[in-house]
Design a protein around this ligand. Structure first.
Ligand code: G3H
Ligand code: 13P
Ligand code: ZN
Length: 311
């Protein structure tokens, strides 16, 4: 099976009340851990590449690793550009075989966001590629952008219809209180998401797939392991899983997960070195890291996303 777009995945997910996991990939072990879990559970997958991942691992290496995963798993896999920030970057990924791109114009004015997004949609659709746009700004740190909590803003539901109609996007990322990274809420703060905004967006865009960024749960077990074995992470709080399940049962069809993968990998490697301080073969410590990623992704698929058996 060749790479697929997310079109059919989202149609089924919307109707079925579940979501597809969009996992960030940066190297072979991450791709293997994710795709091995998805194969065992027969889950559809979106593998997403940020511009930072592309700089780190190189476009060709990543696309060839994803092609290998398709051969090994036989799963429908969509290869997506995460947080594309320019037309040129989106074009390069479209020309280079991606089946989906995000153009993140959320830091521009409404009109400038529409103009940039429309430009990407025109090129992408001419090449059979789907596009995710973004309205509203999430807090947190991405490779190129650091948005403070004060500069973040919820999506205005009154703007979504016009944005989707004028840009032609295939899915829309919205800001309802999630944020990027491991520190989503302050210690003592009760995690809260604006489900009223999501419900209003759903009402204005019936049947249209919504995307949730910054959706890692920041699983306490991994943070505890990191700190037990020499790490020093301050209180890290993520999105509670029951909120993600609720979002998946609504219009959210794509749930983005990166930080949880990083924590799973780092926890396993820290533990490995603490227990085996004299070892130096990368295969020895990358193997438990890959296994931890597989365990995490299996948990997400079965207990959070609800996409088990939907491939
Ligand atoms: O939302 C951003 C993703 O977590 C990717 O992070 O830009 O550091 O690769 P990155
Ligand atoms: P997390 O940092 O919560 O994993 O979010 C990842 C993300 O939104 C990638 O685009
Ligand atoms: Zn994101």
């Amino acid at each position: 099976m060749p790479l697929v777009t997310s079109k059919e995945m989202f149609e089924k997910a919307y109707k079925g009340g579940y979501a597809i996991g969009a996992f960030n990939v940066n190297n072979m072990e991450i791709i293997q851990g994710i795709t091995e879990a998805a194969k065992e559970l027969q889950a559809p997958l979106i593998l997403q590449v940020s511009s930072g991942a592309r700089k780190y691992a190189n476009h060709t290496y990543l696309t060839k690793l994803v092609e290998a995963a398709i051969i090994e798993t036989g799963l429908p896999i969509c290869l997506h550009l995460d947080h594309g920030d320019t037309f040129e970057l989106c074009k390069s990924c479209i020309d280079g075989g991606f089946t989906s791109v995000m153009i993140d114009g959320s830091h521009y004015s409404f009109e400038d966001n529409i103009a940039l997004t429309r430009q990407v949609v025109d090129y992408a659709h001419d090449h059979g590629v789907v596009v995710e746009g973004e309205l509203g700004r999430l807090a947190g740190i991405e490779d190129a952008v650091n948005v403070s909590a004060e500069d973040a803003s919820y999506t205005n539901p009154a703007q979504v219809q016009e944005f989707v109609e004028r840009t032609g996007v295939d899915s829309l990322a919205i800001a309802i209180g999630t944020s990027h990274g491991a520190y989503k809420f302050k210690p003592g703060q009760k995690p809260q998401l604006r489900f009223d905004i999501l419900a209003e967006v759903e009402k204005r865009l019936p049947g249209f797939p919504i995307v949730l960024h910054g959706a890692s749960s920041v699983i306490p077990e991994f943070v505890e392991t990191i700190n037990k074995y020499g790490g020093n992470m301050p209180d890290a709080i993520g999105i509670p899983e029951d909120m993600l399940r609720k979002a998946a049962s609504m219009a959210v069809c794509k749930i983005n997960i990166d930080s949880d993968l990083r924590l799973a990998m780092t926890a396993a490697i820290r533990q490995y070195f603490a227990e085996n301080p004299a070892h130096f073969d990368p295969r020895q410590y990358l193997k438990p890291a890959r296994e931890n990623i597989k365990r995490l992704v299996a948990h997400k698929i079965t207990d959070v996303l609800g996409c088990e058996g939907k491939a």
